[in-house]
Design a binder for this molecule. Sequence first.
Ligand SMILES: [Mg+2]
Length: 341
Amino acid sequence: MHGIDSTVTHSSSSALADLGEFGLISRITAGVRTHESVITGIGDDAAVTALSAGMQLLTSTDMLLEDVHFRRVWHDPYRLGRKSLAVSISDIAAMGGSPRWALLSLAIPSDLPLEFIDNFMRGFLTMASENRVALIGGDTCSSRIGLTISVTVMGEQFPDRIVRRAGALPDDDIWVTGTVGDAALGLRLLERGETVSDELLSRLLDPNPQVSAALALAEAGLVTSMIDVSDGVLADYGHIAEQSGVGGCLRLDALPLSAAFRRHTAALPAVPYQLALSGGEDYELCFTAPRSDREKIGDCVKKCGIAVTRIGIVTSSPGVTAVTTDGTPYSAQTKGFNHFT
Ligand SMILES: [Mg+2]
């Protein structure tokens, strides 16, 4: 990749050290496919890309740290590679953009097996090709504190189709795609050493960014605000509310829960709404739209094969509440995953 500093440690006798920095880069980039928008890709000091005429650039970056965001015992390298890219693609989608280009930087412990890197890259590049994203550069160095993954994704969209968090209006419906709480429940079960079904596990380890639904909604001009659900629907809708200068009321009984979620929690005395509201890592879309467009929203998203559910109403008074079936306010314990609490 371009701009690579020679910081891979050569002193140890690991397979990685034997391969050397440039050997590693060749190995990482072996499966990279280019895209018509890439004028100069990996191999020069910087990449050159062309935006489509009239479009603006969208950029988002994420870091994944070993033992903070993932554990090597749970996250197999192939799905970790997919997820590393998926979480940033999800942010571009949430703006209504088409993801196009990615930068990948890795800080690699010197004892990491080469097969791990190979499988990680296989996953990363599969996710890239599924979403027509080209890897155009990055960096590698050695790490003494575990594997660190940094991914930047760039996308593009016409200015009038970009959807921001600000824009929700009082009385708009609040919608969410897919189901919520699955990844959080999967993680909770893993942490407790319990058996986890493949459905929950794949929601946690291999999230699917909702690019086609987001693009369809943005291009139809149907949504007033949008965000991807990474920290739980309560916290993420909270960001929409805050930036739009509104509030919201979410209905617990309307939250879309998967069959796997219901099956795993059937024996519990109460539905664990906490996980569905605040668990995080759903990577679904939460958006707002006028009530008059309910039918159009359903049709638009259905064409992408994605389910969509109305979960509440935007209020003019600030603050986001969740209510039970009989209208009693539900007091949430936390407002999503927060790194500093
Ligand atoms: Mg986001």
